[in-house]
Unconditional design. Sequence first.
Lengths: 138, 100, 111
Amino acid sequence: MEDEEVIKKFLYLNRKAPYGSIYALESLEVVLIGAAFDQNVSLAFIDDGVYQLKKDQSTDGIGMKNFSSTYRALGDYDVNKIYVDKDSMDERGLTIDDLMNLTYEDEDDDYAEKPSISILTSEKISALMEEQDVILSF
Amino acid sequence: MLHTINKSPFQTNALESCLRFARSGHSVLLFEDGIYAALKNTRFESLVKSSLTDVKIYVLVADLEARGMRTDNIIDGIKTAEYGDFVDLVANNKSVQAWL
Amino acid sequence: MSTIEVNGKAVELDEEGYLVNLSEWNEDIGKILATQDEIELTDGHWEVITFLRDYYDEYQIAPAVRVLTKAIGKKLGKEKGNSKYLYQLFPYGPAKQACRFAGLPKPTGCV
């Protein structure tokens, strides 16, 4: 039965900063739940969504759960295609060094640890959106 | 591919982001508060006009009229859509991106 | 919602039997929750429970069973990182049941 299932391309498109609204956390939870179904999953972060991946988040002062650590578990869930829009980073004065270092272990390459994040031009992100079967917007 | 926008361009950057990522041949539907982007004489008019060369832009008439606007207030080249057209747009496109 | 009493202290559980206040957890609570399921916790059980608590500490989630199985295999060896071994320890599901004993929420990604 499982072999007959069609693998679809799912893109989670994240455009909101964390903590100020529920979108970021909701998206992350849906990604983790959805990961139980073998589909081709990508995550894209554009606009304020890039702030979700900022390193050194510390929520002690606001009494909310620091879910930024959970992004580091995505590799365990075989979610390893994470794309970040370069223009959105530039606009906000962010570089790759400001982001968390998200990695996964490549089973096909002797479990070598590889980076999950790629920074793409808007043109590349557009192309990525176009090739999806389903886009989930947050 | 269909993009939908339901927020005013004065409230969020949904319109600007959408038009930055929309590719040639895509459709954009403006509904709810998104309809304000379809109107003439706003500071977004030139952005919308320049996008019309590549993408088709639709505005949902019911939302336009609900907000006291008329179809002769909208930028030339933007098409009007009824609810049925909205359904057709969703059905005829491979995927939909909602710019929340 | 229900309440169990552990060492004279009332501990609140949600409708599925998971701890409401994660910070209340201690090993005695784990033992009592296991006893309710007619399980006596062995070293093998504790290994998994400790692993889950460490995972939660690091990632702020309880792993789905698939993730748990793989990670246990990596950390504790292949003979432990498989469904058969883990289901022997936790017949109601190595992630769901073990997380409950470990005082963690129901795993994310378990339906």
